[in-house]
Design a protein. Structure first.
Length: 105
């Protein structure tokens, strides 16, 4: 593989990670009108930071801190989604889009 191809691939990798980090930051910014905005901002900013770190240094994924934060965040989101789904099943009275849990889920 030519050195130019390696630079092109690294540049594309960084651009994709920067784009995803920007997506997560924008998702956090638009939460200002949500009743529980503080929680959603944190939920979106954690993957924004993790994605940005991977774009800057792909080897960061091997660090204990990065793996721990990523695993804990994923576990938290899965448990939270299961709780929202359970709450929605118990209390849904209309279309799920009309329920707060349904929109969050």
């Amino acid at each position: 593989m030519a050195p130019e191809a390696g630079r092109w691939q690294r540049g594309l990798w960084r651009a994709c990670n920067a784009l995803m980090a920007a997506f997560f930051v924008l998702a956090a910014v638009v939460q200002v009108n949500d009743p529980d905005a503080e929680l959603w901002v944190v939920v979106y900013m954690i993957p924004a930071v993790l994605t940005l770190l991977v774009g800057l240094n792909p080897l960061v994924t091997g660090s204990f801190i990065w793996k721990s934060v990523s695993a804990i965040h994923t576990l938290f989101c899965l448990v939270w989604a299961a709780g929202l789904a359970y709450s929605l099943l118990l209390h849904a009275q209309h279309n799920i889009v009309h329920e707060e849990e349904g929109r969050d889920l």
